[in-house]
Ligand binder design. Sequence first.
Ligand code: CTP
Ligand code: K
Ligand code: MG
Length: 181
Amino acid sequence: MAIFETIVIAFWAMLPAYVPNNAAVLAGGGRPIDGGRTWGDKRVLGDGKTWRGTAAGTTAGLALAGLLTLAANSVGSAIGVDVPEFTFPAALGLAAGAMLGDILASFLKRRSGRQRGAMFPGLDQLDFVVVSLPLTALLATDWFVDVFTWDVIAVVVILTPVLHVTTNVIAYKLGLKNEPW
Ligand code: CTP
Ligand code: K
Ligand code: MG
């Protein structure tokens, strides 16, 4: 596969996993998932992981997967790249997996003594990849094997931190996010 094609497919296939975190930032608030509970002297997840943010993020990812599926044929022929359609299990694995990865990362941050909003380089940028890809492979194995070839996975691992840093700096400058990570 040509490198341009690989990058386009990696970006396209990951969009339903990229959007949930940003949607959660916009929609977040209300009751925290851990209900304020602590484990030892630390919160389990913290106030930054809310039911509303998680539901909105997952919904946004699913909705985007639906839109991309509708657009796949026309976008594909316009740019000459065979971009994939999403099955429901694939969309769910990507969107819910991204939210779950972010939640697990917060769990690890609290366990390691980091306050809400603290930076955890590496984990902050790749948490959602680490969970969304295996979950998608589990829920939509045939689709996953088809779309996420090794070269696509390699591009995802390189592209994701770059996009993550960029969008978070923009969200921070726009005043949507408290920290630029
Ligand atoms: N958010 C949410 N629910 C989620 C994820 C995010 O409501 N499942 C919202 C919260 O308002 C959160 C903001 O999006 O503060 C930014 O997300 P993130 O950076 O992941 O959370 P932090 O507040 O930095 O908390 P943590 O240290 O636990 O990552
Ligand atoms: K995060
Ligand atoms: Mg944060």
